[in-house]
Design a protein around this ligand. Structure first.
Ligand code: PNW
Length: 461
């Protein structure tokens, strides 16, 4: 049976600055922690880096036309902080402003709604060196300053703002497992970094609401990422383990925003390792998102590991599992993408229902969902039936969540084009547009398939 989406449902595509722009040291841009992290041998597969990436910075006009051709109605991009403020604060780089002005104007001319993310992980190196990055509140102050520059220069045309992309990834992969910049390994620093990220988000929203929103009339929120955790068995212990895992993953960042404080289970288990919000901070944070931005990729089974001293999950995306006493596993028959992430559409539906129940049915935008496969160019074409299957399953699950009353307003595929996949370099392809060695753009069959979904506003079985 075909499922129709609500009128006005927003269909989009997403990218981020470091992953596509290139031009890493041009036109006055300062270095970011990802520019430097990539120089360290062993951090990124094949010693790849984003120095050129998709060369989007120089191919802007071509890419704008390409975006138009995909049929997407909204385009989510991120702004490179060190392109706007090369030293992290104070001096503004006019060439940086000019680039994003051209991007935003080009989208609007083509009738595509801009969605701008302020922080998608490319912290100015200056702030890492001076302040120790997200471990210090001064980085948050600099973020507010940078955000205000963006609001004042772009806010007349950008009406949809995302403060921070996936603070969980920044905290866990950047400060816990050390696999993303700035590469720190610790079981205390992630909770400190997470704390500063939440505060920086809330202060930025306060500035937007006070100084810009009344005139500019846009919306602002944060994007969190979360996998689904399904109890491995029906036992009370495994059900509690799955719930605990979700609270350590999504509750960590969403509870402060919707309830004003961290989940009780995190406070109990982490004790003094979890910083405390003052009553004033709680008041500032509570309600600091106009919508619930969600990035979702996969599902795992959760079972209780209390007393078993579980090591850090081999899958990485469990977080610091020893803090949770949760064992993660995957289904025997689940298919995997090349990220080794399992394809489980029903997990997406369950997660959306969980969010609606826990946070009183907020308006949700899926700001990323997608998959990597080993796509090949053959006779000028790229057939990617697995990606079409993936999207079919996940978009149907989304339609089912809507049927259950979850208030989903939009969906952005990750990604518009193949790009620099962080520690995996260019070895993982997430795009609906293939980018070859010479950086030519070749739409995959999934691009045509997605365009039909957008045009008909429905999904078949
Ligand atoms: C997200 N995990 O990253 C990012 O927002 C994108 O920039 C990225 O390209 C995309 O997902 C695909 O990886 C994630 O370990 C990285 O759970 C790691 C995880 C989740 C999301």
């Amino acid at each position: 049976m075909n499922k129709k989406f609500p009128e006005g449902f927003l269909w989009g595509g997403a990218t981020s600055a470091y992953q596509i722009e290139g031009a890493w040291l041009e036109d006055g841009k300062g270095p970011s922690i990802w520019d430097v992290f990539c120089m360290i041998p062993g951090k990124v597969i094949n010693h790849d880096n984003g120095n050129t990436a998709c060369d989007h910075y120089h191919r802007l006009e071509e890419d704008l036309d390409l975006i138009k051709k995909t049929g997407i109605r909204a385009y989510r991009f991120s702004i490179s902080w060190p392109r706007i403020l090369p030293a992290g604060r104070e001096a503004v780089n006019p060439k940086g402003l000019e680039f994003y002005n051209r991007l935003i104007d080009g989208l609007i001319q083509r009738d595509i709604v801009p969605w701008a993310t302020l922080y998608h992980w490319d912290l100015p190196v200056a702030l890492e060196m001076e302040y120790d990055g997200w471990l210090d509140a001064r980085t948050g102050e600099a973020f507010v300053e940078y955000a205000a520059v963006c609001f004042s220069h772009f806010g007349d045309r950008v009406k949809n703002w995302i403060t921070i992309n996936e603070p969980w990834v920044v905290a866990i992969l950047g400060y816990g497992l050390g696999v993303f910049a700035p590469g720190k390994k610790s079981n205390t620093l992630p909770y400190l970094a997470g704390h500063q990220l939440i505060l920086a988000h809330a202060k930025t929203v306060e500035v937007y609401r006070k100084q810009f929103q009344p005139v500019q009339q846009g919306q602002i929120g944060i994007t969190n990422n979360c996998d689904w955790r399904e109890p491995l068995t029906d036992s009370p212990e495994d059900r509690a383990a799955a719930q605990r895992a979700l609270e350590f993953f999504l509750g960590w960042f969403s509870d402060p925003i919707y309830k004003g404080d961290y989940p009780e289970v995190m406070k109990q288990r982490l004790g003094p390792r979890l910083p405390v919000f003052s009553p004033e901070e709680q008041a500032l944070i509570r309600g600091s998102s106009d919508f619930f931005g969600l990035n979702h990729y996969t599902t795992m089974y959760a079972s209780d590991a209390s007393g078993k001293k579980e090591a850090v999950s081999v899958y990485g995306n469990g977080g610091l599992s020893e803090d949770q006493d949760v064992h993660l596993s995957i289904g025997r028959d689940w298919k995997l993408t090349t990220m080794q992430w399992a394809i489980v559409p029903w997990g997406f539906r369950n997660l959306l229902v969980w969010i609606a129940e826990r946070y009183e049915n907020p308006p949700v935008y899926i700001t990323e969902n997608g998959c990597a496969f080993d796509d090949q160019l053959a006779q000028g074409l790229v057939h990617d039936p697995e990606r079409i299957e993936f999207f079919k399953g996940y978009i149907r699950a989304l339609a089912e969540a809507l049927d259950s009353g979850v208030d989903v307003r939009g969906y952005f595929i990750w990604s518009l084009m193949d790009n620099f996949e962080w520690a995996s370099g260019y070895s993982k392809k997430f795009g609906i547009i293939y980018v070859d060695q010479a950086l030519n753009r070749i739409p995959k069959t999934s691009a045509e398939w997605y365009r039909r979904i957008i045009e008909t506003n429905e999904i078949g079985s």
